[in-house]
Design a protein around this ligand. Structure first.
Ligand SMILES: NC(=O)c1ccc[n+]([C@@H]2O[C@H](COP(=O)([O-])OP(=O)(O)OC[C@H]3O[C@@H](n4cnc5c(N)ncnc54)[C@H](OP(=O)(O)O)[C@@H]3O)[C@@H](O)[C@H]2O)c1
Ligand SMILES: [Zn+2]
Length: 385
């Protein structure tokens, strides 16, 4: 019987390990995520639903609270056949794992989420201990019910998801769950769509409930993108210190690499001393031989004065030697005059694991952010198995 016993796999999941968390919400201009009427208020249009579908297709698991299952009866599947096919081509299930949080266990086995259909994926329900046996009896084979403790705690749920190989988690609501993730400081990115109307009903649920959020105390949100979607606006904020945010951006780029059965997928970002992104790159951007770091650095003029104080964010440790081209990425970094490199973890995905040491010997500061290693390895999972 599954229950949360703690993270496993010392290499990838240290204590407190958790997936990279994207929180997605659609709200009215006055901050409501629904109205107070029983029927669900539609806040997204077709174009925005398609955008969300694309985000869903890019994650390993989608999580909602039991309140959303009861109110909206979502299926939480990837709708687009081409996106499901692309996931399969990359060795993933057609749709992400579907995850529900419940304390009391009030979930209807006939909910759409537990039904069958195209693009079926696994389902996990994290429940408070007293609700577990009843829920297992009701849901049978349609979901794995995991004892999340009493009271259930988010850190245990997140560590369990990480141990299941979930590197990217999309949290789709509702208000209680959004509030819990934000209060726990367990959100890395917010995708908020604002719809051009007012709900104006104090009884309706809001994006977040009153509370204290660590963002108030030194974890600022940084605007990553604004995008008009018809009359709606998408606001994308990243949360965390600058090194984490920028290495996460490099991880996003790595996900765009054309698939390969033999070559690693990496992302690279060059950032000036003032925080300006100077160049980006990913593996195989222009040719099947391209490495992310060389793509990013080739976009900058040799001798560009901004390079001396710049930092390179590279998802994987840069290569020190390579067979495919005469100049390895470590050499490009030194020739560019960069003073600092931030990477998730040295090796194992490098031709020669000593590139970081060689850079340090040459006076380049190398910083590792090991808890981002699962995110950096995600596009390479098929090569590292
Ligand atoms: N516009 C949007 O983007 C959007 C997205 C999703 C939902 N919504 C709206 O949001 C509303 C639902 O929001 P909601 O706040 O009522 O519900 P919710 O956040 O979806 O779910 C709340 C429930 O989740 C469970 N839960 C929460 N935190 C937990 C934890 N740490 N551990 C274990 N279980 C936990 C509890 O389940 P039990 O009650 O079963 O114990 C809790 O009652 C609906 O009106 C829906 O339409 C809007
Ligand atoms: Zn290289």
């Amino acid at each position: 019987m599954p229950s949360i016993t703690g993270p496993e796999g010392p290499d990838v999941h240290g204590p407190g390990a958790r997936p990279h968390v994207l929180l997605s919400v659609a709200m009215s201009l006055d901050g409501y995520i629904d109205d107070a009427a029983p029927a669900t208020l539609v806040l997204s249009d077709a174009e925005d639903l398609d955008r969300v579908d694309g985000v869903r297709a890019g994650v390993d698991a989608v999580l909602v609270g039991a309140g959303t299952v009861r109110a909206d009866d979502p299926r939480l599947l990837v709708r687009s056949a081409s996106r499901r096919r692309e996931r399969t081509e990359r060795g993933r299930s057609p749709s992400p794992l579907r995850v529900v949080l419940t304390a009391g266990g009030d979930l209807d086995p006939s909910a759409s989420l537990f039904g069958t259909g195209t693009g079926i994926s696994g389902r996990v329900v994290y429940a408070a201990r007293p609700a577990v046996s009843g829920l297992r009896a009701r849901l049978g084979d349609s979901a794995e019910v995991v004892d999340a403790g009493d009271p259930p705690g988010l850190p245990g749920v997140l560590a369990d998801l990480a141990a299941r190989g979930v590197a990217r988690l999309l949290v789709e609501g509702g208000g209680a769950v959004h509030s819990a993730f934000l209060a726990a400081g367990a959100v890395d990115e917010i995708h908020a769509v604002v719809a051009p109307f007012l709900v104006g009903d104090g009884q309706a649920p809001r994006f977040v409930r009153p509370g204290t959020f660590p963002q108030d105390a030194g974890h600022p949100m940084t605007l990553a993108e604004t995008r008009a979607i018809g009359d709606r606006v998408l606001l994308r904020y990243r949360i965390g210190d600058p090194d984490r945010r920028l290495l996460t951006l490099a991880c996003d780029l790595a996900e765009r690499c054309p698939p390969s059965d033999s070559a690693f997928s990496a992302g690279a970002v060059v950032v000036g001393e003032d925080g300006e992104v100077l160049a980006t790159g990913h593996s195989r951007a222009g040719s099947p031989l391209d490495h992310a770091v060389e793509v990013a650095l080739s976009a900058l003029r040799r001798g560009d004065p901004r390079l001396a104080g710049a930092t390179l964010y590279s998802t994987l440790e840069p290569c020190r030697t390579r067979a495919s081209r005469p100049v390895a990425c470590a050499r490009h970094i030194l020739d560019a005059g960069l003073s600092r490199v931030v990477t998730a973890r040295r090796g194992p995905a490098t031709v020669d694991g000593r590139a970081a040491a060689a850079l340090e010997d040459a006076g380049v500061q190398v910083v590792e952010i090991p808890d981002l290693a699962p995110l950096a390895r995600r596009p390479n999972a098929h090569l590292l198995r």
